[in-house]
Design a binder for this molecule. Structure first.
Ligand SMILES: [Zn+2]
Length: 432
């Protein structure tokens, strides 16, 4: 009798036990799944940090897929196959195989500026290059696919059948440069490049007025149906601000070295950019002001640019990142040392750019972080400081030495090049 009673008690209890066991099993499965996922995402993050290290924002766009990593790389000045492959997290053996494959192919001897290289990487267990594609010209690329035994690649030439068209666009700015450009069907890549080129001397928020205008000549690549598949380079640009022309001519001043110069052969490149951010509004200038949070009057030692959270912030010049961490009232900040005279500070960032940490070398225009409101801040903005010989100065009044001025033989070649572009321009205008 006693036993029967006990077993009656145990029965519902055993149901309960089973339930607990089931919950435990389910719990541990999700736990291990999470750990695994975390590990995978860590490996991925490592790979990405590496790829993005010291790279300009427009050069690489990577897509994440469940098992594969796609890397679209654009060749930059000074690149070689070795330094390109070293930016991808794969084994030494894989790198060696890649280098062996490209050096064996005669078509790939020379790397050209702006050339596209595509990688498809299988990230399972030990990451492997499944295939890669090197653009030999805008019309031709070579695809290398892994052989069945995994030990080498087979190559195949792909004809892209794209036609290069030189496009001329001209517009009057009614609302914003960006809107006008979009209305004219100018591809975003070209608009970004245009903004970057003028970013050295033009403050897009304050210097551009309604009814200012621009002209632009650039390359487009169309398929057989006439659809623009790719854009090439800007050949000429003119920004007319308050009836003053600012012209830029593309010129290859040395083999594989391209820059933009004004009509007098002066490079548009300056040591520092006036505004290291696009589409922002200057919200507080350098000087004495009442601090928005602390309430008392205090010297504002930088310039504030209001912009939506997440807006990319550029390195205003080439340099070395000397700080990329939390710095109290400034929230997340980045400090760059450009040379012995100039340093710049960027504060209140929501996050840092990929690969940006102390000791990273950055190029002018490279994304170093994103607008946020961290630290003592009332809303999303960039606080930008320029330090000259250790003293904080007003970035907006800074008279910066411009870059290179073409002289001698280079200048002669530039003049010829300029005339050619001017002829091209009037030709394109006459066809409108
Ligand atoms: Zn500020």
């Amino acid at each position: 009798m006693k036993l029967k009673k006990l077993s009656r008690k145990i029965k519902p209890l055993s149901h309960f036990m089973w339930l607990i066991i089931l919950i435990l099993i389910a719990g541990s499965v999700t736990y291990f799944y999470d750990i695994n996922k975390k590990e995978q995402s860590q490996i991925l993050r490592k790979t990405f940090n590496n790829i993005y290290l010291q790279k300009t924002f427009a050069s690489i766009t990577s897509k994440l897929q469940p098992r594969f990593i796609i890397v679209d790389y654009k060749v930059k000045q000074g690149d070689n196959y070795e330094n390109i492959i070293n930016q991808i997290s794969i084994s030494k053996k894989e790198k060696k195989l890649f280098l062996k494959t490209v050096t064996k192919n005669k078509n790939l001897k020379i790397l050209r500026l702006g050339q596209n290289i595509y990688f498809k990487i299988d990230k399972r267990s030990s990451p492997k290059i499944l295939e890669f594609k090197v653009e030999v010209s805008k019309k031709k690329e070579i695809l290398f696919s892994r052989t069945d035994n995994n030990k080498s690649f087979v190559s195949k030439i792909i004809e892209k059948d794209l036609e290069k068209v030189i496009s001329f666009k001209e517009g009057v700015i009614r609302t914003s440069l960006y809107n006008t450009a979009v209305e004219l069907n100018i591809k975003p890549n070209i608009i970004i490049e245009f903004a970057r080129l003028y970013g050295f001397q033009v403050d897009f928020q304050r210097d551009i007025w309604k009814n200012d205008s621009f002209q632009i000549i650039y390359e487009e690549f169309k398929n057989s149906e006439g659809k623009v598949i790719e854009t090439g380079e800007i050949i000429y640009a003119n920004l007319n601000l308050q009836n003053k022309d600012i012209q830029l001519y593309k010129f290859e001043y040395e083999k594989n070295k391209i820059d933009y110069f004004d009509e007098n052969g002066k490079s548009m490149r300056k040591t520092l950019m006036k505004t290291p951010i696009n589409g922002a509004r200057l919200s507080s200038s350098f000087g004495k002001r009442k601090h928005p949070i602390l309430g008392f009057t205090k010297m504002h030692t930088g310039t504030d640019f209001a912009a939506p959270k997440g807006t990319p912030i550029m390195a205003s010049g080439d340099g070395l990142v000397v700080r990329a961490k939390w710095c109290g009232g400034g929230g997340n900040c980045v400090k760059i040392k450009h040379n012995s005279v100039y340093q710049t500070v960027y504060a209140h960032l929501s996050k840092f750019g990929r690969g940006i940490k102390k000791g990273t070398r950055v190029k002018q225009g490279q994304i170093i972080g994103y607008v946020g409101s961290t630290g003592l801040s009332t809303g999303p903005h960039l606080h930008y400081e320029v330090i000259e010989n250790g003293k904080k100065i007003n970035s907006q009044k800074l008279k910066l030495p411009s870059g290179k001025i073409l002289k001698g033989e280079q200048r002669k070649l530039f003049e010829v090049n300029k005339i050619k572009i001017d002829v091209l321009k009037s030709d394109l205008i006459s066809k409108l």
